[in-house]
Design a binder for this molecule. Structure first.
Ligand SMILES: Cc1cc2nc3c(=O)[nH]c(=O)nc-3n(C[C@H](O)[C@H](O)[C@H](O)COP(=O)(O)OP(=O)(O)OC[C@H]3O[C@@H](n4cnc5c(N)ncnc54)[C@H](O)[C@@H]3O)c2cc1C
Ligand code: SF4
Length: 471
């Protein structure tokens, strides 16, 4: 602990954003860094709370939060950087995009505002890169074992780095043109600029990780080839099956999945060649985003920057309460009302809305028809009921479906390998090993759609299981 009564003396400083009228004209990152003095004061708010729930329960990676807070307070930034990297391969990513379950579990959050953990993490790693403290770490010896990671999202990359550092020969196959998974093609630049990702990939390459992008495993190379060339493989292919909306008129060409919309813009931002027909723009359009979660919010921010004339976001669940509800007491992650920087930029948000049908002419949608619903609890689940006479109709030039993902894409690789699935349709594992002993799996492929921090954690744990299995 840095300062014994810091939490009584200093309040939480919120991270500031660039002004709205500036940031909506570009795709650069939105957050502004606090000054070193402000960061020291924020670190001083960390209490000597005895059992740090932020570390033990909040953060899936078990980041050593009280330790790095104390080091920052004492000005020992390089040591703080080492402590941070001892549990987290990519703090520059989590420091930007993590929803920070550590903060809702912070002891100070019982009756005050939590310590500003995520932004402190961001500042430590950025200082680390600036000072040149983050260098390639080479293994003391090579094992001669070969491992392939299939999929280059945070789970695959974390596993690759851990395995390379353990001395194995590591190849990452990725079907997209560039490495990064959802970090590259899903999350918009205004939350995570892609140069941040490239900077870390240079470190992995220097540590010996071989990147093979543009290779769709199962199509471009066979699983027989993998079996021959590698001691084992690990599937980190994500949870690519999006949830669809089976209502009348779904087939109109201007109803698109969120990942297609976001991927197109991410490619435009990074100057990647993109087929004209794949560019989806919201310019001068009335856009309706269906799905009230973070992916939906990313679509709102992207549509705003593209110049949409009106943006609506419809969510089928009821509006969450402003403060922690009794069913998720501290230190649990609460479902509360959250307003992202994209929402602040202008968006009409509605809750308890069900889409009933899409109407249009020829191939294009022009209207969405929906109604309001009421939720009630039965013995074992929640049920919704349409509110009589609540039907409405809304002009729509572009509808973006951001309703989450069902499970791993089961066709292709998963089927070719004849892997067992769990009850949710994801790949079933026992300590990251699938029903085929030479095939491991991690990240969203196993858990279903989750968070970057959980994917990194899963990749790290899978790497430890693989390392053990190889010997
Ligand atoms: C739009 C969006 C925004 C998000 N924003 C956040 C956020 O702000 N904060 C947060 O914590 N979480 C966020 N998430 C969730 C988070 O990004 C995911 O949980 C995380 O990326 C999962 O990591 P992963 O490595 O398991 O899979 P992914 O990141 O999905 O990567 C899987 C990779 O495997 C590749 N692949 C699939 N099949 C093959 C094959 N046959 N051969 C080769 N490669 C293959 C895919 O192309 C992909 O690149 C977001 C998700 C989405 C969709
Ligand atoms: S990774 Fe996420 S949960 Fe863990 S300390 Fe950082 S912000 Fe908190």
């Amino acid at each position: 602990m840095g300062e014994s009564k810091g939490f009584l003396q200093y309040g939480r400083r919120q991270v500031r954003h660039r002004p709205i009228n500036q940031r909506i004209h570009d795709f650069n990152e939105t957050d502004l860094a606090l000054s070193p003095d402000e960061i020291r004061t924020q670190a001083a708010r960390c209490m000597d709370c005895g059992i740090p729930f932020c570390h033990g329960m909040g953060c899936p990676l078990k980041n050593r939060i009280p330790d790095f807070n104390e080091l920052i307070y004492k000005g020992r930034w390089q040591q703080a950087c080492n402590v941070l990297h001892s549990t987290n391969n990519f703090p520059e990513v989590t420091g930007r995009v993590c929803p920070a379950p550590c903060e809702t579990a912070c002891t100070l959050a019982v009756n005050d505002e939590p310590v500003l953990i995520r932004h402190i993490e961001f500042q430590i790693v950025e200082r680390g890169f600036e000072e040149g403290w983050i260098r390639p770490l080479l293994p003391a010896h090579k094992t001669g074992k070969c491992v392939a990671l299939i999929g280059s999202g945070p789970a695959g990359l974390a596993a690759a780095q851990q395995l390379a550092r353990a001395g194995h020969n590591v190849t990452v196959f990725e079907k997209d043109e560039k490495i990064g998974g959802i970090l590259r093609y899903g999350i918009p630049d205004f939350k995570l600029e892609k140069s941040i990702l490239d900077r870390r990939l240079e470190q992995l390459a220097a540590e010996g990780v071989d990147f093979q992008a543009g290779v769709n495993v199962g199509e471009d190379i066979s699983t027989r080839y993998l079996r021959r060339m590698f001691d084992c493989i690990c599937l980190t292919v994500g949870a690519g099956q999006p949830r669809d909306l089976a209502v009348q008129g779904r087939g109109y060409e201007n109803i698109v999945f969120a990942m297609d919309f976001l991927t197109a813009q991410n490619k435009v931002c990074s100057g990647e060649p993109i087929n004209e027909s794949k560019i989806i723009t919201a310019k001068d359009k009335t856009v309706i985003v269906i799905g009230g979660g973070d992916t939906g919010s990313d679509c709102v921010g992207t549509a705003r920057r593209q110049g949409a004339s009106q943006i609506y976001q419809f969510e089928i669940l009821p509006k969450p309460p402003d403060s922690r509800p009794p069913d998720t007491p501290w230190p649990m992650w609460p479902r509360i009302m959250r307003t992202s920087s994209s929402h602040e930029e202008g968006c009409n948000r509605r809750w308890s809305i069900m889409t009933k049908r899409f109407l249009g002419a020829e191939t294009r949608l022009t209207q969405l028809e929906g109604c309001e619903v009421k939720w009630h609890k039965t013995a074992d689940s929640w049920k919704l009921k349409e509110i009589p006479e609540s039907e409405f109709s809304c002009q729509a030039d572009l509808v973006i479906l951001a309703m989450g993902f069902l499970h791993v894409a089961q066709d292709g690789l998963v089927r070719n390998l004849e892997l067992k699935l769990d009850d949710s349709g994801n790949v079933a594992v026992d300590n990251f090993q699938t029903s085929q002993p030479w095939v491991f799996a991690a990240g969203d492929t196993v858990s279903g759609a989750s968070l970057v921090v959980s994917a990194i954690n899963s990749g790290r744990q899978a790497a430890a299981a693989i390392d053990k299995w190889l010997f």
